[in-house]
Design a protein around this ligand. Sequence first.
Ligand SMILES: [Fe+2]
Length: 249
Amino acid sequence: MSTKNTSRRAFITDAAKTTAAVALSATVLPSLARITNQKSAFSFTSIPYKQQPLPYGFKDLESAIDAMTMEIHYTKHAAAYAKNLNEAVVAEKVDINAVSLEELLGKISKYSPKLRNNGGGHYNHELFWQSMTAKSTMKPEGKLLSQIEKDFGSFEAFQTKFADAGKTRFGSGWAWLVINNDKKLIIGSTPNQDNPLMDVSELKGTPLLGLDVWEHAYYLRYQNKRPDYITAWWSVVNWDVVTKRFEAA
Ligand SMILES: [Fe+2]
């Protein structure tokens, strides 16, 4: 990892420093302004190109996902997406110190299927790991809850619509809660490893919550019962992280 990249990530994790630096960078450091003005910030919605450590153990989400599934999913499936993404950015001469993964996905139509599949695969899984916790509050509070109730009628109606998006995604893909450019919450799904940041995606917006509905995410415990996996998954959603993404969007 380059010094520039390391300093960029350390910088972005500190919201107070970010706010101050954006003001400075607008006149002094244009390139820094470009980075810090991204809608997303690492820890919440900006994803590094490298696979990050899981924020919990493989066994910790047993209420919804068994340890073996977690281990295989993280160390085999997701690790392969990260490895293949990093191969592809080298082969296709993407300067990862100058272009964030979110920016790259926003113009993914200009790149290969390998970059699309693995860039999406890596982003989606990193977002997914961060979106779960062993200590879920079970539902959000404050402004996020208010907006969910405004846009979907109730939290329960939101959960039903989100679950339906996951249940009805044919084959492999993801269910999403996104916030669009009009600051409205939208639910939808994407095929394969596509996501709402991609210029090729029909569903567009900033991802706040994503659910992996590939069979590799649930088959050991749930077999063909994807709806049971989705129902159980609500017990491990990290609403604190989703709220921070919502506030940063
Ligand atoms: Fe997956």
